[in-house]
Design a protein around this ligand. Structure first.
Ligand code: SF4
Ligand code: SF4
Length: 378
């Protein structure tokens, strides 16, 4: 059986072969009454019964048992998951389809099977990182060349889609203390989600080398933050903190007005890292914070994770639209989130009347209105 065969050990990602311990979860999913089925946004938006968590786990179980061949068709449902962990909230057994289905992608790749949209993905990932690094070194050089043991990682989507916002965030962060822009553009979550653990191992080692003089790394991508905390070797020299935690400690000057904002919890921050209060406490300094119906640990995924935007782009965009529909039906409003990928997904699918900000953009805009923040060095 699959869990009896070990794959190559790549520093601390050896344990990424989580299928080795998955047998009981796969059995539970096969026989339980599927109390989680309503919670899967991929299944709901695609309308495909085979995308419910139980069905995806059962398809995986059949592969693991050897009842089916590993091929493009039989492995297709393992790609219909953002890894959002919403199903786990409703599972009495605390099973983790999101973690298992992503682990299965590593096994599929090892067997030479991948999603057609992800052929040559490590090469494409590497080219994108080089392009983004060039952008950092040329367009954002002023911030990248600063001397500070504290570095900020904006996230690939922020660097790629809104570099001007990255510059604004750097300005904001430096109004509280010296922070440099990291010359690492991604901590490797896409390589984990695409099932390329050896490429992830190489990439993470390179990132650690580049960040060797860093004491604190502020991360604005929830999936990469979780990835580094979970899989980077414990001996790396820097502490990893979220942008929300950093802004909370910055003790910015409260400039609260009558603004109302809805906070969207990124899955990897809220469910994997348990970070619920920090972003709300930052926002509370500036606005009244209101909740989506699905909120905190029970947040609904925006569709941006698990490489679903590449494997099922219509479904991913549909998830973002569905997430914002509630605010549109209330007459519109402002949505703030704390992740570069969530910001991009929501912003690019926002209906009329709904404006989406990343947390740092929102704070920067508020602080610009009152340019005398009393918060200084942390
Ligand atoms: S995740 Fe839990 S509730 Fe959902 S199908 Fe599996 S065992 Fe059942
Ligand atoms: S982790 Fe999220 S996307 Fe994946 S099966 Fe569970 S609810 Fe669906």
């Amino acid at each position: 059986m699959l869990w009896a065969s070990k794959v190559a050990i790549v520093h601390s990602v050896a344990e990424m072969n989580i299928l080795d311990s998955a047998e009981q979860e796969l059995q539970y999913c096969g026989y339980c009454p599927k109390m989680c089925r309503h919670s899967c946004p991929v299944a709901e938006v695609s309308g495909n019964e085979s995308h419910t968590p139980g069905a995806k786990m059962d398809a995986l179980y059949q592969l693991v048992l050897g009842n089916r061949e590993w091929n493009e068709e039989t492995t297709s449902t393992m790609w219909a998951c953002t890894g959002c962990k919403h199903c786990t909230i409703y599972c009495k057994h605390e099973s983790e389809p999101g973690v298992r289905l992503i682990a299965a992608r590593h096994e599929a790749n090892a067997r030479g099977v991948t999603h057609p949209a992800l052929q040559d993905y490590p090469e494409r990932f590497s080219s994108r990182q080089k392009r983004l690094l060039k952008k950092v070194q040329e367009d954002l050089q002023k911030w990248a060349e600063k001397k500070s043991p504290v570095a900020f990682l904006p996230g690939c989507d922020a660097l790629s889609k809104s570099p001007e916002k990255v510059a604004e965030t750097m300005q904001l962060l430096n109004s509280y203390g010296d922070v440099r822009l990291a010359k690492v553009t991604c901590l490797g979550y896409p390589l984990v989600a695409s099932g390329n653990k050896n490429d992830f191992s190489k990439h993470s080692n390179e990132a650690i080398t580049e960040l060797q003089d860093t004491k604190i790394l502020i991360v604005n991508c929830s999936a990469c933050l979780h990835t580094a905390k979970e899989w980077y070797p414990p001996q790396n020299s820097f502490a990893i903190v979220s942008l929300s935690e950093w802004l909370l400690k910055a003790k910015t000057k409260p400039v609260k007005d009558d603004d109302i904002v809805y906070y969207h919890d990124p899955c990897y921050l809220a469910r994997y890292e348990g970070e619920i209060d920090a972003p709300r406490n930052v926002l509370n300094r500036y606005a009244e914070v209101r909740e989506f119906s699905w909120n905190k640990e029970d947040s609904q995924c925006c569709g941006g994770a698990g490489l679903v935007p590449k494997t099922m782009p219509e479904t991913a965009n549909g998830m973002a639209k569905q997430r914002l529909q509630e605010i549109a039906s209330l007459g519109g409003g402002t949505v703030v989130t704390a992740c570069s990928t969530c910001s991009f997904m929501l912003r690019s699918n926002a209906p009329e009347g709904v404006t989406v900000h990343n947390l740092s953009d929102y704070v920067a805009e508020k602080e610009r209105k009152d340019p005398t923040p009393e918060g200084k060095a942390i």
